[in-house]
Each structure stands twice: as C-alpha cells, then as structure tokens.
Design a protein. Structure first.
Length: 496
C-alpha cells in the first residue's frame, strides 16, 4: 500500500484480497482495514524473514549446508570393531528437448502469396525462430564426513559453546572425521556416481515456407554444466580398502536449419537491434558444455591400505547450422539434383556453428600403510653382578664378570634375554582417467536453386573446446625394525 494512502490500512504493507476475482476495485479509495476483503501479509521485509531464517539454518548442519549446493548428495559412513562396510551410489539421468520451428507450408508476411518475387520488404518486420536450453547437474557421492556446526535444539549456552568449540575444527579432528569408514580390523568403502545428460535443441524453418522479413534469425543455443564429485576415505588398524568412481556423459544435438524448397525474402535490417553490424540473416547453432569430473580416495591401514579412483567422461555433440538441403554426415559431398527454393537477402548473411566449453578430469588416490613407531620392549631375568667401586682393586673379579656378561649379549643378539619386533605395511594406490570425445560441427549452404545476398556472406564452423586431464596416485608403506638390548648393566669406571 502506498505511503500516502489515508482511507484505511498500514502504509508499506502488502495485502491479499479475499473477495471475488472478478471484482473491480479502485485501490485509491479502498479500505484495507476491512477484514472481510483484505488480509495483511506484513511488510516486504517481514515476508522475507522466514526465507532468510531457512537459509541461515541450512548452514547449521554437519557439512555447513554444502549439500544444498548440489542436485544430488549421497554419503555413506560406517564404523565397527571388526568390520566396517560403506557403499554409496547415484545414477542421474536427465533428457531435455527444446524445439522451435515454422511448419511446412506456412505463409508469413506475404498475405497468402506463394512467391516473394514481387513482394516489397516492410522495415521493422523481424522474424526470429530461436530455441534455447540449459541442462545442469551437480552430483556428489562418497564415504567422507565434512566438518560442520550442529545447532542445539534449545537456547542452552553451554551446548551452543560446544557447537563452536575450536577442538571440533582442529586439523587432527577434521582428519579423523574425514575418513568416515573406520574399523579395528577391516574397513571397506566405495562410492560411485553416473551422470547422464542429453538434449535436443532445434530451431528450424521447414520446406515449402514462403516468408518475408526485414531481418531473419534462426538460432539454436544450448549450455550444459555437469559436475561429478566422488570421494572415499577410511582407516583401519589392519586392512583398509577405499575406491571411488565417477562417470559423466553429455550427449547433445543442436541444430539451426532453413530447409530447401522454401522461398524467403529478407531486407537489410539487423537481427540484433542494439548492434548495427549484425547481419540481416543469421542461422547459428551453439553448444557450450562444461564437464568437470573430480574423484579421489584416501585411507590408512596398520597392515595394508589399498586405494583406487577412476574417472570416465564422454562428450558427444552434433552441432549444425544449415541453409538448404540437410547434410547427412560430417561431410556430405554427394551430387545434388532437383534443386528448389530461393533466398534473397538485401543485407549480410551469417551461417555459423560453434562447439565450446571446458572438460576437466581429475583422479587421485592415496594410501598409507604400517606404523611409524615400534612397540618394542625388553626384559631380562639375569641380574648383573653387584659391585662396589670402593673395593677396587680387590673386587677385580666382579669387573671381569660384568665384561663377560656384556660380551655374551653382543655375541648372541637374541634368546630368552632379548626380543625383536618388526612392523611392515603394504600400501597400494592407483587412479585412471578415460575421456571419449566426438564433436561434429557443421555449417553449410547447399541444395538451393538460388541464393542472392547483396552484402557479405560468412559461413563458419568452429570447435573451441578446452580439455585438461590428470591422474595420480601415492602409496606410503611404513616399516621399522628394532632389536632392543636387554639386561645391560652399567659400566662403572674409576680413574686411578
């Protein structure tokens, strides 16, 4: 309600009408305090407070609300004394179709005529056939536990302090919680996700169409964003095995086409009203796909640790901008006959097809096996001879006995009076990345009886996709052997 409204109601508030929908209302003279006709919803700020509270509360979770940023979020954790087994998997399939077309036999701006030969172009009569689509998916799967804040269910000061305790966010605590598959004997964790996106984006003018326009735009545009994240972590006093795999697939068909056997008259206008350099006729197909594949595993085991990661990405795109007869393959050079159709353009003409985007594949694996310190201990039942330095040299026989015992220990190196310990760990890790790409980018003018362009003609096909791939693995095996020296008596010496 306006601030200067004085009939009834609170200025600045939003009201909901409770009466019939077909009622004519003069809002300037309406009494908004009438409860039979109006209900106050509060100010715009008050209406946003519940949404703000929901947003803030989402960050008070076990992962700071990170799961709200993904379309799919699947995590599995396990802990046990002897065996811990955790598995997480996701399959995400999304197919999308966008289609814009002028059907066969249509007559546009020609008043029913079957020819454009004697038709004058009217300025300002722009025709556009455009299809656009966007296909996005963000997916995460794993066997990890991220740090976060768990808000208490009551206004208890001590519990709130515990939620923000610095010990919860120490590197050691975060590291222990991150490896979410834990057991004393055997810990096994596996995570897998497959994300498949498909789209068909077509903008077409079919055959036997008669059309007049000051400018004509036939464009098909598609964009895909696909992020797949897979992670697995675990630790065990004996054996740990963790594996993660991510498969991302994008299959797109993007096509802009003016078919043959059509009769089209285009003036000297521009398809972009704010750009005087744009052409009068534009047929363009564009596909921009961004695919990111991140997968990793890390674990620790007292005796053995095995980690594996695999990333697979498949990108298949068929992007075409065509005028005239359709191209049946990546390059169709078959002879043509029976040519039909004509296109006359007073300005410039552009036929362009573009594939672009970024593909990133990253797979890492790490394993640490064995223990870094020995638990060796020693004991002996042999007591050294008692000695009193004050009795030297009369106690020389006792010194000879001490030296003989020491020599015996060095010669034996083992036996009932000595012990040895050995801690050996086996660590294995491996990662692999596979990328399959098949891009088809076509721009053609073919199979017309006549095409007359008074300005410039540009036909271009371009693939500007960038790619980066990395796979790495590291395994650390810790071993230590110790032979303690038991029962060594102190050697007491005295200068003479």
């Amino acid at each position: 309600m306006a601030d200067d409204h004085t009939v009834g109601g609170d200025p600045g508030h939003v009201y909901e009408f409770l009466g019939d929908n077909n009622t004519l209302i003069d809002l300037a003279d309406e009494d908004f305090d009438n409860p039979d006709r109006w209900e106050s919803l509060g100010t715009p700020l008050e209406q946003q407070i519940p949404a703000l509270i929901n947003t803030i509360s989402g960050y008070f979770s076990s992962n700071f609300g990170l799961n709200g940023s993904f379309d799919t979020w699947t995590m599995a954790t396990a802990s046990g004394e002897k065996l811990a087994l955790a598995g997480a998997g996701t399959v995400f399939v999304l197919d999308q179709t966008s289609d814009a077309r002028i059907r066969e036999g249509a007559r546009i701006n020609v008043e029913g005529a079957d020819s454009v030969t004697n038709i004058d172009v009217d300025s300002g009569r722009s025709v556009s056939v455009t299809a656009s689509s966007q296909n996005d998916a963000l997916s995460a799967v794993g066997n990890i536990k991220l740090p976060g804040i768990s808000a208490p269910g009551s206004f208890n000061l001590e519990r709130w302090k515990e939620s923000f305790s610095k010990d919860k966010f120490s590197p050691k605590e975060i590291g222990n919680n991150f490896l979410a598959t834990q057991a004393d004997s055997v810990a096994i964790g596996a995570a897998f996700t497959a994300n498949i996106l498909g789209s068909q984006t077509h903008a077409e003018i079919e055959s036997d169409v008669v059309l007049m326009a000051d400018s004509l735009d036939v464009s098909a545009d598609h964009q895909s964003i696909l992020l797949g994240v897979g992670s697995s972590g675990g630790k065990s006093q004996k054996v740990a095995f963790n594996a993660s795999a991510v498969a991302n697939v994008i299959q797109n068909s993007t096509q802009a086409w003016i078919a043959d056997n059509s009769y089209i008259r285009v003036g000297s206008g521009t398809v972009d009203s704010d750009d005087s350099s744009s052409p009068a006729l534009r047929v363009s197909a564009n596909d921009a796909s961004y695919m990111i594949n991140l997968t990793g595993s890390f674990n620790t085991g007292g005796k053995a640790a095995v980690g594996a990661s695999a990333g697979v990405s498949v990108l298949e795109r068929d992007t075409r901008a065509m005028i005239g007869r359709e191209v049946s393959g990546p390059w169709d050079d078959s002879p043509l006959s029976g040519l039909q159709g004509s296109i006359v353009v007073d300005g410039d003409a552009l036929v362009a097809s573009t594939n672009s985007g970024v593909v990133i594949d990253l797979a890492v694996a790490g394993s640490v096996a064995g223990k870094s310190k020995s638990d060796a201990s020693s004991s002996s039942s042999t007591q050294p001879a008692q000695d009193d330095p004050g009795k030297w040299p009369n106690n020389q026989a006792n010194y000879n006995s001490v030296i003989g015992q020491l020599q015996g220990n060095l010669d034996s190196g083992s036996g009932s009076s000595s012990s040895s310990s050995s801690k050996i760990g086996v660590g294995l890790s491996g990662s692999v990345v596979v990328h399959v790409g098949d891009d088809n980018t076509v721009a053609t003018i073919r199979g017309l009886d006549t095409m007359d362009v008074n300005g410039r003609v540009d036909v271009a096909a371009n693939d500007a996709t960038q790619m980066g791939m990395f796979a790495g693995g590291a395994a650390i095996s810790l071993s230590q052997k110790a032979w303690p020296w038991p029962g060594q008596p102190p050697l007491l010496c005295k200068a003479v």
